[in-house]
Design a binder for this molecule. Structure first.
Ligand code: C2E
Ligand code: CA
Ligand code: CA
Length: 529
C-alpha cells in the first residue's frame, strides 16, 4: 500500500503538473478562441457590407426603372433616349438602360438599335417584382457579362461586380440570389466551399478557410478568408494571455508546493492521525510483587499508521504536547479504555487502569473532567482509574495541586511518574496530594550493580514510605530485580519480566490467568489518605 507520504507527494506532483499545464493550455485555447471570434466578426462585417451593397444596387436600379417607366416620352424619341442616358450617368452602378417593345430591344441609353435583339428569359423575379437575367452578354454594347434587371418595358444593366463592390483585400465574397444563384463574387472565392455553406446563416472554420454566411431578403453572402492569417492573430493574442497563464501556473504550482509541504509536516500528519482516530492502546500489566497477581495495567498509546506500522509514543507525544494535539489523543485513550475494559472492570473491582496525563492536563485539570464524563454511563468506578503525572506537569505547582486534589476527591489515585529523572525535590513532593510513586526504570536497572547510583533506589523507597505513598517499580526485566524489590517492600512491579504491553484481549487473558495461577484475589487497593 502506498504510504500517506507518497500519496501526498504523488498527488502534489500531479496537481502541480495539472496546475502548470492547465492555465497555459487554457490561455492558449482562449487566445485561439478570441482570435477566431475576432476574425469571424470581421468577416461578418464584410458579409453585411456586401449584402448592403447588393441591396442598394437593386434599389438604385428599381428607382431608375420606376422613373423611366412613368416618363411619358414617345418611345425611343430623342428625349426618351436622352433621359435613359441621363439616368445611366447619374447612377454609377448602372451601365445601360434599354427599352423593349414586343419582346424586342428597340433602343438603349446609347441610341437606337438596328439589330434584332430579343428579350432574354429571366432567371428569377425579385421580391419587388424585377425580372433578373444573370450573365448576359449585351450584344448592343458588346461589353463584359452583365446582370439585367427588367421592369415594365425597360431594363437596367449592372456589372455583377457592382453587387459586391466593397474594399476587401484578402477576403473573398460569393453573393447568391434566390437561393443558390451566384449573382456576384469578389476576389475569386472557392465556390465549391462557398456552396457547402450556402444553406444556413452562420459562421465557422473549414480546413482551409474561416467563413461567415449572412442572409438578407433573398440574398446570401458567403464570405471566406484563408486560415493562414489566423495564426498571426493567435500569436498576437498569446502575447497578452500567455504571460497571464504563466503567472497563474506559477501561482498554482507555488500553492501546491506550499500545501504539500504543510501536509507533509509532522504536525499535519499527526493532525490527520487524530482526525482519523489512528491511535490504539496497549495495556502493560502491573503485578503485585509478593503474589504475582495482576492488579491492573498502565495504558500505553500507540499510533497505528495506515500501513499497519506502530509508532512509539516517545516519537509523537512531545510534538502532540507542543501542538495541543495531546488533548484529543488523551480523549481517544480514555474512550479506548472504556470500550476495551468496561465489562472486566465492572466485574472485577480489584482491577485498576493507570492513565498517563500530559503536563497540560495536570495544569488545567481538563483530562480529569473528560475521564469523569466518560465513566458516567459505565460500570467503572473512579477508584479503578489511576492517574500518572510526570514532574513536567508540576511546573505550576499550585495549578497541579488543584488538579490532583480534584482527582483524588473524585476517587482516583494519583501517582508521580518517572520519579527521580527530573528535578524532583522533596519539598514539592511533600506538599502534593499523591498516592503513589513510580520508580523509573533507570533506577531499577542499577539493581545488582555496584554503581554509585545503586543506593539511590533505597532512598527513594524509604522516602515514599515515609510520605505514605505506595510504590510501583517500572521496567522490571529480571527475577533478581523483582526479588530485590519485594525484599525492600516495593508493592507493585511492571516490566518485561511480567509482560510486555499487550492488546486488550491479550491483557484480559493475562489477567485471568494470573488470578487462577495465584490463588486468591488481592484486596482492593485503597490508599489511606
Ligand atoms: P512511561 O509512562 O514511563 O511508560 C513506560 C514505558 O516503559 C512504556 O514505553 C513501556 O512500554 C516501557 N517499558 C515497560 N516495561 C519495560 C521493560 O521491562 N523494559 C523496557 N525497556 N521498557 C519497558 P512506551 O509505551 O514506549 O511509552 C513511552 C512513554 O510515552 C511513556 O512512558 C509515557 O510517558 C508516554 N505515554 C505513553 N502512553 C501515553 C498516553 O496515553 N498519554 C500520555 N500523555 N503519554 C503517554
Ligand atoms: Ca507512565
Ligand atoms: Ca514511567
Amino acid at each position: 500500500m502506498l504510504s500517506r507520504r507518497w500519496r501526498v507527494i504523488s498527488l502534489g506532483i500531479l496537481l502541480a503538473f495539472i496546475g502548470a499545464v492547465l492555465p497555459v493550455a487554457g490561455m492558449a485555447w482562449m487566445s485561439r478562441q478570441i482570435a477566431t471570434a475576432k476574425e469571424l466578426d470581421e468577416l461578418d462585417t464584410f458579409a453585411r457590407r456586401a449584402l448592403l451593397r447588393a441591396t442598394t444596387t437593386f434599389q438604385d436600379a428599381k428607382k431608375v426603372l420606376d422613373a423611366i417607366e412613368v416618363s411619358g416620352f414617345e418611345s425611343c424619341s430623342l428625349q426618351h433616349i436622352e433621359q435613359m442616358r441621363a439616368l445611366t450617368m447619374s447612377i454609377s452602378s448602372i451601365e445601360e438602360i434599354g427599352f423593349f417593345d414586343g419582346g424586342m430591344l428597340k433602343c438603349t441609353s446609347w441610341g437606337e438599335i438596328a439589330q434584332q435583339i430579343h428579350k432574354q428569359p429571366g432567371d428569377y423575379v425579385t421580391k419587388d417584382g424585377m425580372d433578373v437575367t444573370m450573365r448576359l452578354r449585351p450584344i448592343a454594347s458588346r461589353g463584359s457579362e452583365v446582370t439585367a434587371l427588367y421592369q415594365g418595358k425597360h431594363n437596367a444593366l449592372v456589372l455583377p461586380s457592382r453587387f459586391t463592390d466593397i474594399v476587401a483585400n484578402d477576403i473573398s465574397v460569393a453573393l447568391y440570389a434566390d437561393g443558390d444563384k451566384l449573382l456576384s463574387s469578389l476576389n475569386g472565392p472557392d465556390l465549391p466551399f462557398a456552396n457547402l455553406h450556402l444553406a444556413t446563416a452562420g459562421r465557422g472554420m473549414g480546413e482551409e478557410y474561416l467563413f461567415v454566411t449572412a442572409k438578407q431578403e433573398d440574398m446570401t453572402a458567403v464570405v471566406t478568408r484563408s486560415r493562414s492569417g489566423l495564426r498571426s492573430k493567435i500569436t498576437d493574442e498569446l502575447a497578452v494571455f500567455l504571460p497571464v497563464g504563466t503567472f497563474i501556473a506559477l501561482f498554482i504550482v507555488g500553492v501546491v508546493i506550499w500545501l504539500s509541504r504543510k501536509r507533509l509536516s509532522p504536525h499535519a500528519e499527526l493532525e490527520i492521525a487524530v482526525r482519523n482516530k489512528e491511535f490504539i492502546v496497549y495495556y502493560q500489566p502491573i503485578v503485585e510483587l509478593e503474589t504475582g497477581i495482576c492488579i491492573g495495567a498502565e495504558v500505553l498509546v500507540r499510533w497505528k499508521r495506515p500501513d499497519g506500522s506502530l509508532v512509539r509514543p516517545d516519537l509523537f507525544i512531545p510534538l502532540a504536547e507542543e501542538t495541543g494535539l495531546i488533548k484529543p489523543i488523551t480523549d481517544q485513550v480514555v474512550a479506548a479504555v472504556v470500550a476495551d475494559l468496561n465489562v472486566i472492570l465492572a466485574k472485577d473491582r480489584t482491577l485498576h487502569i493507570a492513565i498517563n496525563l500530559c503536563a497540560e492536563d495536570v495544569e488545567t485539570g481538563r483530562a480529569v473532567e473528560v475521564i469523569d464524563e466518560c465513566l458516567k454511563a459505565t460500570g467503572i468506578r473512579k477508584e479503578q482509574i489511576w492517574l500518572e503525572a510526570t514532574e513536567r506537569g508540576f511546573v505550576n505547582v499550585e495549578a497541579a495541586r488543584v488538579t490532583l486534589k480534584q482527582a483524588r476527591d473524585m476517587g482516583h489515585s494519583v501517582a508521580i511518574d518517572d520519579f527521580g529523572t527530573g528535578y524532583s525535590s522533596l519539598q514539592y513532593l511533600q506538599g502534593l496530594p499523591l498516592d503513589a510513586l513510580k520508580i523509573d526504570k533507570s533506577f531499577i536497572d542499577t539493581i545488582g550493580r555496584n554503581t554509585a547510583t545503586s543506593t539511590v533506589i533505597l532512598h527513594i523507597i524509604q522516602m515514599a514510605k515515609s510520605l505514605g505513598l505506595f510504590l510501583v517499580a517500572e521496567g522490571v526485566e529480571s527475577q533478581l530485580q523483582a526479588d530485590y524489590l519485594t525484599e525492600h517492600g516495593v508493592d507493585f512491579g511492571q516490566g518485561w519480566l511480567f509482560s510486555k504491553p499487550l492488546p486488550a484481549d491479550e491483557f484480559i487473558a493475562y489477567h485471568r490467568n494470573s488470578k487462577t495461577t495465584s490463588g486468591e484475589a488481592p484486596e482492593i487497593i485503597q490508599v489511606a489518605r
